[in-house]
Structure formats: structure tokens, C-alpha cells
Design a protein around this ligand. Sequence first.
Ligand SMILES: Nc1ncnc2c1ncn2[C@@H]1O[C@H](COP(=O)(O)OP(=O)(O)OP(=O)(O)O)[C@@H](O)[C@H]1O
Length: 289
Amino acid sequence: MTASVRTPAPAVRCTGLHYAFGHVTAVDGLDLSVTPGEVFGLLGPNGAGKTTTMRAITTLLPVPPGAVEVFGHDAARQKMAVRRLLGYVPQQLSADGTLTGRENVALFARVFDAPRRERPARVAQALEAVGLADVAGRLVATYSGGMVRRLELAQALVSAPRLMILDEPTVGLDPIARDSVWDRINRIRAGTGMTVLVTTHSMEEADRRCDRVALMHRGKIRALGTPEELKSALVTLRREAGGEDTGPPTLEDVFRHHAGSGLEEPGADEQRGEFRDVRRTRRTASRVG
Ligand SMILES: Nc1ncnc2c1ncn2[C@@H]1O[C@H](COP(=O)(O)OP(=O)(O)OP(=O)(O)O)[C@@H](O)[C@H]1O
């Protein structure tokens, strides 16, 4: 008798995911499969539906059965099983400035119900993994923006997640702090095989850091593949269209091709997005100050 070979479940599978806030459709029939171990980037301008998609995956928004699965667990029917597999770093500040770094991570260990006896070791490991062990006794109010982001990563790591969901992990950070956040993420991945689902506005960051990306616009995925696949597909399309050779395309060019405009040029109906951007950047700036 031959043993049947089972294909491992995807880290995330969304099937026809739809989500509306009243009359506003945020996610419009999204199909997505994230492979275990990869860094998958969800890209798009303000209001594209990235955060809503992530919140649906984390079970923070209600979805119908069959629409979202995490490692084979249904986000509607097996909410707690899904939550146990996840770490989530939201856009909003999730660290408390009046506590020390260690106290913040310990709080998350309690909230995520890490086994009591394992908690001190888990907290120490998470702080070590993000390079904050030496400053763990300091109040978080004295941390830089990059340190706060790494602390938030540690908070999400105490539950030893198989899937880490990061909503704009490097927004408002300078290039050195960005690299430091990504270096830590990659070291943790190398040690644990953790899957990473990340949103970013930065096409350059996505190009450098993601194995595959999905370009999202108005609730739909417009293109999906490795950055190299997407760029070379655009070269072919340009050649077939007989256009001028404008040099090797960037991911920004790919996005412009599929969405009709670039990420840097929000339309008149996306003014609200600019305000949200400012508010977010200020939130991050206030962590630094
Ligand atoms: N709580 C809410 N109530 C009403 N509408 C919402 C809510 N959250 C999001 N929306 C709307 O849903 C749409 C998708 O928003 P979402 O935050 O998912 O986009 P995004 O791609 O994550 O944008 P950003 O990059 O600004 O975070 C937008 O039109 C937004 O205004």
C-alpha cells in the first residue's frame, strides 16, 4: 500500500475574502495563499485594504467560515487555534512607555497565556532575539523609535508564533533603524522557520525584503509574484506593446502599470489617506520624542 503524501497547509489561505465597513468595501473577493517560511508582502496605497485583510487573518474581524485559514485552521470556526499560531504587530503603538521593556514583554506573555513556568525564559529569549536584553530594565519612554519597534516584535514573539503579521513595521524609521528591524526579523526566521506576512508602502523595502508580494488596490489583488517575476513580466509587456525602452522597471513601475497610478501619487479621493499617513507618522514620532 502506498502512503498518501499530504501537501502541508499554507500558512495563510484567503478564499474570496470580502469585508465591508457599512457601504465601504475594504476587501473585495481576495484570494491569497502564503507559503510556510516565506516573507510575503502585501503592498498598496492608503485605503487599499491591507490592514483589513490582516485583521481578518488575525481573527480580530469576523469572517465567514471558509474565507480565511491559518495553517489549515479556519479563522471563523477555530478562532483560538488560529490565535495561538500568530504574532501580530499592529500599526498602532502597542508598547507602554511607563513600563520597562521587560515588563512590557512579560505583560504580553501573560495576555497570550504562555505557560507560567516558561514565562521568564520566554521573555528573556524574546528580548535577546530583538537585541534589547541589555536595555530591558529601562523605561520604554526612553527608547528610540527603532527600539520600540523591536520591542513590539519581542512582545509578539513571546507566544512563539509560526506566523508573524507585521503592519508597516518600519514606518517612520530611518534607514539604519529599518535595517536593524529587518535584520532581527530575518535572524528569528532563520532560527525558527517563522512565516512573515508584512504590509508596507515602500516598494523598495518590499523588493529587498519579500520573497513574494501581492499588489493591492481598492480591495483587490492586481498582481502577485516574486519581485523579479513581476518586474520581468512588465519588461515583456512593454516589449510587446512596442514602447520605448525606459530601462529596468522597479516595483513602483509594476504597481503603476497594474493600478493606473503610483503609490506616491494618491488621487483626489485619497486625501484622507494623506491625513492618516501624517497621523501615523506623528504617532511614531511621539514614540521617539
Ligand atoms: N473601522 C473602519 N470603519 C470604516 N471604514 C474603515 C475602517 N477601517 C478601514 N476602513 C476603510 O476601509 C478601506 C480599507 O482600509 P484599510 O485600513 O484596510 O486600508 P490599508 O490598505 O491598510 O490602508 P493604510 O495603508 O492607510 O493602512 C478604506 O476605505 C478605509 O477608509
